[in-house]
Ligand binder design. Structure first.
Ligand SMILES: [Zn+2]
Length: 464
């Protein structure tokens, strides 16, 4: 068996690894490279392999940096099965359609402004074809993906439907187990179940995003959220939350619902102002069977888990007019809107309207990359540039770190130790999905603990 690392090697996007077993070739993930257009355009257009030479694709989860190049691959001629969990398939339907929409609008914008024709990486019809190829599997049941290779999905505890993938590969009379961690979540995240470290591994491909840092606790995050909402409401102000529409928004709704029931926040309107978030919430409501039954709030709603995302204070907007009408509302309110880093989407007009008012709070609940509006808000720059306007930032800025969906240094270490404890023949551990500074710290930690750990670069080939 041979592994070739194509994406997310010494970086955090473009997850894609090629596995060759005998004459068969399997792709693990097919993610989009994300970042500045000039940096990623060429990488996204380079195919990881000839699509007709790939026999199966296995997907760890629906995040765009893991699934976002599938329609491009299908457009280029891939026509065989794409295996994922059922919830990942449902999320992909929503997220890939959104990604195609962004690709198409970006291409149209570029064509208009640079007077040269720009082609989107893929279009809606490619997404529809991709969804026809995608098969949803339950957790824990081996699926035959090509002769001699089965894939089993186990919970990765990262987002709804996320999985670590176990590939059992038989060549002749030997079967070897390759474990691909996917993105590893946290054991106390809301709604979804905890990560399950696989056993019996010979080789591991493991993410390392936060291999050099620790997070604040999840429970602390909910209490912080309550405090921020109470304080803004006491000033008569709004809480504006830029949030990713898939995952983070549903966690916030789940927490706000509990806080409202417990009387820990005042009665005020809570508005989810994002069509994508509405669609993603419907996917959560369809896949309640994979929720964590040990969470008291999930257990309390056992008869109707979809009701976790419905309560009288909460409403979802659809049209742009409804969204703009929120500006006329007087009094305290919570608005959750995409995009997560405040680079685009409806959060922008709420910031134009709300950032100058010192009664309001802008609440940051996710990582804000350099060069984004979100990062400038975290830095409390006094003057923001939003939708072409200069907007003074007089609202309070609060940051809650505890909502991260990625395991931190301690969590990653515990996951790989658990794999080793149940894998007597464990060989190489290949670290992927991490920036060099995080990987260099984490690989040192693992080597000192006796692991055969490495950080492959793009194009590295390894025998497993
Ligand atoms: Zn992810």
């Amino acid at each position: 068996m041979e592994i070739e690392f194509h994406g997310a090697a010494r970086e955090v996007t473009g997850s894609c690894h090629i596995v060759r077993v005998g004459s068969r070739t399997i792709l693990l993930d097919c993610g989009l490279f994300q970042g500045r257009r000039s940096d990623v355009q060429a990488k996204n257009q380079l195919l990881p392999a000839d699509p007709s030479a790939i026999d199966a694709i296995v997907l760890s989860h629906a995040h765009i940096d893991h699934a976002g190049r599938l329609p491009f691959f299908v457009r280029a001629g891939y026509g065989k099965s794409i295996h994922a969990t059922a919830a990942t398939r449902d999320l992909c339907e929503v997220m890939l359609a959104d990604a195609a929409h962004i690709q198409e609008s970006d291409a149209a914008f570029l064509s208009r402004h640079h007077k040269a024709h720009a082609e989107p990486l893929y279009a809606q019809r490619d997404v529809m074809r991709t969804m026809e190829l995608m098969k949803g599997a339950p957790y824990g049941s081996p699926v035959d993906i090509v002769p001699g290779v089965t894939a089993t999905f186990v919970d990765a505890g990262h987002i709804l439907g996320s999985a670590s993938v176990i590939l059992d590969c038989t060549e002749g009379t030997t079967t070897r187990r390759l474990v691909f961690s996917g993105d590893i979540g946290r054991s106390d995240l809301a709604i979804i179940r905890n990560p399950v470290p696989p056993s019996g591994a010979h080789t591991v491909i493991m993410e390392s995003t936060y291999g050099n840092r620790d997070h604040a606790s999840v429970d602390g995050a909910k209490q912080e959220l309550a405090r921020v909402v109470r304080e803004a409401a006491a000033r008569g102000g709004r809480v504006l939350i830029p949030a990713f529409a898939v995952g983070r928004t549903q966690e916030l709704v789940y927490d706000l619902h509990q806080l409202a029931l417990a009387g820990e926040i005042p009665r005020l309107p809570i508005v989810i102002d994002s069509p994508l978030a509405s669609k993603a919430t419907a996917v959560f409501e369809k896949n309640t069977d994979v929720f964590d039954p040990t969470e008291p709030f999930v257990a309390a709603q056992a008869g109707n888990r979809a009701a976790l995302f419905e309560f009288p204070l909460l409403r979802f907007t659809e049209s742009v007019e409804e969204s703009k009408a929120l500006n006329q509302h007087v009094g305290p309110m919570v608005i959750i809107a995409a995009s997560g880093m405040a680079e685009s989407g409806r959060i922008l007009h709420h910031l134009v309207n709300g950032a100058p008012d010192p009664r309001n709070t802008v609440l940051v609940v996710g990582f804000m990359a350099e060069h984004t509006l979100g990062r400038r808000i975290v830095e409390k720059q006094p003057l923001l540039r939003v939708l072409g306007e200069e907007v003074p930032l007089r609202a309070r800025v609060e940051v809650i770190d505890g909502y991260s969906a990625h395991a931190d240094r301690v969590g990653l270490g515990a996951w790989i130790e658990a794999v080793r404890n149940t894998s007597p023949a464990l060989g190489d551990v290949w670290l992927v999905h991490g920036e060099p500074q995080a990987q260099d710290v984490f690989v040192d930690v693992l080597v000192k603990r006796g692991f055969r750990a490495h950080c492959p670069t793009r194009g590295t080939r390894a025998v497993a």
